[in-house]
Design a protein around this ligand. Structure first.
Ligand SMILES: Cc1cc2nc3c(=O)[nH]c(=O)nc-3n(C[C@H](O)[C@H](O)[C@H](O)COP(=O)(O)OP(=O)(O)OC[C@H]3O[C@@H](n4cnc5c(N)ncnc54)[C@H](O)[C@@H]3O)c2cc1C
Length: 408
């Protein structure tokens, strides 16, 4: 089969792991999603010798809503990639939210949409441009040794060696488990999405809290080129078996929610329905062990309830890169400090989202909050601030917040 131009371009910067020399690396990053690529990019920027191993060939599909919210945009700015992403992404400045009783309210904000297939490729290529070696290889084992780490790649006899490793394999926690860093193996949410092409134009994000889907929501997001990302995600207790059929929930959403029914009436499906598990709420794993740190969905950095995780995956990638650069320059406590730093700087945000989850998961409370947001400027501004990360969600999703909203 003839390679597409994009594939042949990828061939130049993503090499087969077998062709990579067995030299001593400062760091090996395992997994090339947003967390891994951001870590590799910042490590290379700090002058470290970095190898990033990704099992798939770019561009690779990833089930996602493809929505880049303000924390992702901030991470892109810090990484020097904002302009590159903006040049290809679709900008949207409003999300329309529909409650279980179809009470609608909207949140203004800066959002971008770009298919993950392209977004992740762009990030990995940027890491390569910055000096990281990006290679294709499935890592089977990572181990700590006295003076560094060994990284074993499928089909290659001898391990790669580095002083440090970054685990960034998303919701696949097998390596983390083998290292004894995993505390909660079960995912906390599952979601599916499909791409459709429709001649009907909408310029806003649509989010629907259907009664059947709570705790969770369905979405229809506009992408570049009259494509839409339509999906549904449900949270579940990791200790209990899932009791829903996501495919059926997806069908109910596309048939019964008026705005989506209209969009889908003339739509053509592009590709299959794809799903993935999510690890949310910053719980269930230790972020540091010996010379190894874990980032992104490995340590459940995806937000509870909204399921947005790209921004925090990138943020932990950045934090891990800074810690490794400091350790490489002789700071013996830098990696342990990374684990503490993740807890202290990020934990409060997850608590706010967990409060939002508790509130919006109950249909009557979801309706009540929606009514109040529609009516009062205080809650409208607070909801916009929550998305922009300038307002703690707990300020809205509390009786105090609701009482405050009565004043206007
Ligand atoms: C349906 C769905 C919708 C979502 N919608 C959104 C959204 O709209 N916005 C948002 O911000 N977040 C969304 N999320 C969450 C988001 O996808 C994750 O938070 C994010 O992908 C986490 O990034 P990561 O780099 O940690 O992991 P990933 O993106 O999963 O990347 C992990 C990488 O590691 C590679 N890998 C795995 N194992 C190995 C191995 N052994 N060796 C080598 N490579 C390996 C994988 O191939 C993959 O490329 C959604 C999730 C789902 C499932």
């Amino acid at each position: 089969m003839e390679a597409s131009p994009r594939n042949s371009q990828a061939d130049r910067w993503q090499r087969p792991a077998v062709e990579v020399p067995k030299e001593e690396w400062t760091a090996i990053v395992v997994g090339g999603g947003p967390a891994g690529s951001t870590a590799a990019l910042h490590l290379a920027g700090a002058g470290c010798r970095v190898l990033m191993l990704e099992r798939a060939e770019y561009p690779r599909a990833k089930a996602c809503g493809d929505l880049l919210i303000p924390d992702t945009l901030a991470a892109l700015r810090r990484s020097g990639l904002y302009d590159r992403v903006t040049a290809e992404a679709r900008p949207v400045d409003r999300a329309l939210v529909s409650s279980p009783s179809r009470i609608e309210w909207s949140i203004p904000g800066e959002f971008l949409l770009l298919e993950r297939e392209r977004f992740d490729e762009l990030l990995a290529e940027a890491a390569s441009d910055r000096g990281a070696v990006v290679a294709r290889g499935r890592v089977e084992r990572v181990h700590n040794s006295d003076n560094g780490v060994g990284v074993h790649v499928a089909g290659i006899d001898d391990p790669f060696h580095a002083r440090f490793a970054v685990l960034a394999t998303g919701s696949d926690v097998s390596l983390l488990d083998e290292l004894g860093m995993l505390q909660q193996p079960a995912p906390t949410a599952v979601a599916v999405r499909a791409y459709v092409r429709s001649p009907i134009r909408t310029d806003e994000l649509f989010i629907s809290f259907d009664r059947e889907i709570l705790p969770g929501y369905a979405w229809a997001f506009p992408l570049p080129g009259m494509k839409y990302n339509v999906g549904v995600g449900v949270l579940h207790d990791p200790d209990e078996p899932a009791r829903y059929d996501l495919r059926q929930l997806f069908d109910t959403f596309r048939r019964e929610v008026p705005a989506v029914r209209r969009l889908m009436s003339e739509a053509e499906r592009v590709g299959p329905l794809r799903g993935a598990r999510l690890r949310c709420g910053l719980r269930g794993a230790r972020a540091h062990e010996g010379n190894i740190v874990a980032v992104g969905e490995q340590i459940s950095t995806t937000y509870p309830f909204t399921g947005e995780g790209i921004g925090k995956a990138m943020e932990t990638g950045e934090m891990a890169a800074a810690a490794i650069a400091a350790a490489a320059h002789g700071d013996p406590d830098a990696l342990a400090a990374y684990g503490v730093d993740v807890e202290t700087s990020l934990r409060p945000r997850y608590e706010g989202y967990a409060a939002a989850q508790r509130w919006l998961s109950r249909p009557w409370l979801n309706d009540l909050v929606s009514r109040r947001i529609r009516k009062g400027r205080f809650l409208q501004a607070a909801a916009a601030g929550m998305v922009a990360e300038t307002v703690d969600p707990a300020r809205i999703f509390s009786w105090r917040g609701l009482l405050r909203s009565l004043a206007g």
